[in-house]
Write a protein of this length. Structure first.
Lengths: 269, 81
């Protein structure tokens, strides 16, 4: 594949970098990333990956754009209220970069459809707002041997980690089971600063880009936490031994996907 | 130009900085170690900056020739993969 002069100009700041170059940019253009959740995290991830020229971006979300989303979900605009989020996201990405093919999945991601959904993609982004979805994405990615970036944000805090098959612990190695219903408030109940999605989502996009071009070190085996009020980032080393994990361990006891029940007041992130 | 065994050519007179260097860099990436690229470039800023940037990437500048039409021909040997 040869670059057009327009592409050379569009991606010039990538191509100039030793770590990316023309080869890395080609990898990005040939890459397929699936973003689950077109909300506070998914919005910046989708925008940065589209701008970077990730050739195929899938985006899954069952919701429509709500006025209360716009404080943080920067891929949607006021005119998009009422529109399916995946459609609004696709329009923004297409306007940003015509090189990108956007696949939309206007549906809830469940144990029934997730394995087939992620199978076609090279890297998965967890941009969801609830524990059942986070465990579902983890278990499905372990079973399908797909790398993914986990992240969560609430109030002034956020966290993320990266899973690469065979290269470190999965989400369930660290967090065995979802917390009891209503033990942890949702964003709707607790609130979240819009820029939190920008900080953590941009880090997820960065992990995807590094994975695709094969440069640098990923957040595998580490959990990064961010406390915005204290302006404190912490990189926590996770236990190396994954043998006893019920899903990615040597003798897994979880071999089928589980649809955990969601707290009733769960809102869109 | 007959002094060199040119493996590939690229014309960067149709673009401006920093795409000039980007286009040359992309052409160099396509070559193997030791192969030779001829780059057609404009006088002024490209002649000043492109050879320097290519050198910084570790490649070897063999010669800069002036063409009759006021453009230049930069002969570069690729170093590394």
């Amino acid at each position: 594949m040869a670059f057009s002069n327009e592409q050379l100009e569009r991606y010039s700041r990538h191509i100039i970098l030793k770590e990316i170059g023309a080869k890395g940019q080609k990898k990005l253009l040939n890459a397929k990333v699936l973003i689950i959740g077109a909300g506070g995290l998914g919005a910046p991830v989708a925008m940065y990956l589209a701008a970077a020229g990730v050739g195929t971006i899938g985006i899954a979300d069952a919701d429509e754009v709500d006025l209360s989303n716009l404080q943080r979900q920067i891929i949607h605009a006021t005119k998009d209220v009422g529109k399916p989020k995946v459609l609004s996201a696709k329009e923004t990405m297409n306007e940003m970069n015509p090189d990108v093919t956007v696949n939309t999945y206007h549906t809830f991601v469940t144990s029934e459809n997730i394995r087939e959904l992620i199978r076609d993609y090279d890297f998965i982004i967890d941009g969801t707002d609830n524990f059942p979805a986070k465990f579902l994405i983890n278990d499905a990615c372990v079973m399908e041997k797909k790398p993914f970036s986990h992240a969560g944000i609430i109030r002034f805090k956020g966290q993320l980690m990266t899973y690469v098959p065979g290269e470190g612990p999965c989400y369930r190695c660290v967090f065995k089971n979802p917390p009891p219903k209503d033990a942890v408030p949702t964003c709707k109940q607790a609130g979240v600063v819009g820029a939190m999605g920008g900080v953590i989502g941009s880090l997820q996009a960065m992990e995807a880009i590094k994975f695709i071009v094969g440069q640098g070190e990923l957040l595998t085996g580490n959990l990064l936490t961010y406390d915005a009020l204290k302006m404190d980032f912490r990189k926590i080393k996770l236990p190396h031994n994954t043998d006893n994990c019920p899903v990615c361990g040597k003798n897994p006891t979880i071999t089928e996907l589980i649809d955990y029940e969601q707290a009733e007041c769960d809102g869109a992130l | 130009m007959s002094d060199f065994n040119i493996d590939d050519k690229v014309d960067i007179t149709d673009v401006v900085c920093p795409t000039t260097f980007v286009k040359a860099k992309v052409a160099l990436e396509e070559l193997d170690d030791g192969q030779i690229l001829s780059i057609r470039l404009n006088d002024g800023e490209p002649v000043q900056n492109v050879p320097r940037s290519i050198k910084e990437e570790g490649h070897q500048i063999l010669k800069l020739l002036e063409n009759e039409d006021g453009t230049y021909e930069l002969i570069v040997k690729k170093v590394g993969d």
